[in-house]
Design a protein around this ligand. Structure first.
Ligand SMILES: [Zn+2]
Length: 340
């Protein structure tokens, strides 16, 4: 089969579209022909080099496709069934896994990070990771959902404990997590403030339900948030930008507000005044993907049409280098998809 592999870390030129041995399912696995694989910023981090990645390595976390073969021990699936894959690897038998806390499993890693991913034609996955998709959802839409919608759901619902009517600040409206978080917050009838780098992106964010948009190049985020909330601040900040917005994000919280972070796209080293942390009684929470239960919960809303996947554009898998260059320029609104 064809796959995109990296044999060394570096720029987009290290991505090689090449022949590799066909994936073969174990008896407890399902073999899936990949129809679409959505990109995430994680693909760029892995390509540039992260500890825990063994080379050569196949990138790609978000997979949709058709079942080709069902392992002997697997029931409930048939060839040609349309499915997506839960974008995570876990042992499925430790105390955390059986308690439904897969993202706390000692073996937990993201598909395409600690284990080979879906930038290929065939992928073998444990049956527990395979989830059927309904007909109205095409493969590109299906692939655009799992990682970012699960991440945003875990941040807002699982960790943030969002309640109806709260006010939420979502950083980075055009990112996958941003697009998912805006919609999930609106599902809870929250007031949503979001940020983006240009008016076109803010307009699209408003179309998804955002109540107030801030141009982070022209306006100061905390000033705008204070204006919009009568100086009170927000209940929850959804942060994934990192050092560039950290200080602003903290200033936007109301007393006893919650900041949840799942990323550091602009850099990981951020400072905090501890007096501010305790006197304002803030809660700072780190988030890493989510659980299988949460994935089923958020997919239920996607399959029912209450949450909408947003696809920006597609590339052929062969054209993976251009796709990485495009993602790094951050011009997109929504997900970038690779089609084998
Ligand atoms: Zn486990």
């Amino acid at each position: 089969m064809k796959a995109v592999r990296i044999h060394q870390f570096g720029g987009p030129q290290v991505l090689r579209y090449e022949d590799v041995p066909d994936a073969k399912p174990r008896k407890d696995q399902v073999l899936v022909r990949v129809k679409a694989c959505a990109m995430n910023h994680l693909d760029i981090w892995v390509r540039k080099g992260l500890p825990g990645v063994s080379l050569p390595h196949i990138l790609g976390s978000d997979v949709s496709g058709e079942i080709v073969e069902v392992g002997e021990y697997v029931t409930g699936f048939t060839p040609e069934q349309r499915v997506l894959l839960a974008p995570m690897h876990f042992c499925n038998h430790c105390a955390k896994c059986v308690a439904g806390l897969q993202n706390q499993c000692p073996e937990f890693t993201v598909l395409g990070f600690g284990v080979d991913g879906g930038n290929c034609e065939l992928i073998a996955a444990p049956a527990v990771n395979v989830i059927p998709i309904p007909d109205p959802l095409d493969f590109n839409q299906a692939a655009s959902v799992p990682l970012v919608f699960l991440t945003a759901w875990h941040m807002l619902v699982g960790l943030g404990g969002i309640r109806p009517g709260q006010t939420v600040l979502v950083l980075g409206a055009s990112s996958g997590v941003g697009i998912a978080a805006i919609q999930i917050a609106k599902l809870f009838q929250a007031r949503v403030i979001t940020t983006a780098g240009d008016e076109t992106k803010l307009e699209k964010a408003r179309a998804l339900g955002a109540d107030h948009g801030i141009n982070h190049y022209q306006q100061k985020i905390s000033d705008e948030v204070k204006k919009f909330t009568n100086k009170e601040g927000v209940d929850i900040v959804i942060e994934h930008v990192g050092v560039a917005t950290w200080e602003q994000s903290l200033k936007c919280l109301k007393t006893a507000g919650t900041l949840v972070t799942c990323g550091a796209t602009t850099g990981p080293q951020a400072a905090i005044d501890l007096r501010f942390l305790y006197s304002r009684q803030l809660r700072l929470l780190g988030s890493y993907m989510g659980t299988m239960g949460e994935l089923y919960e958020v997919l239920g809303h996607v399959f029912a049409g209450r949450l909408k996947p947003v696809v920006d554009r597609t590339f052929s898998l062969q054209d993976v280098q251009s796709a990485h260059e495009y993602l790094e320029k951050s011009r997109m609104f929504g997900k970038v998809i690779l089609n084998p």
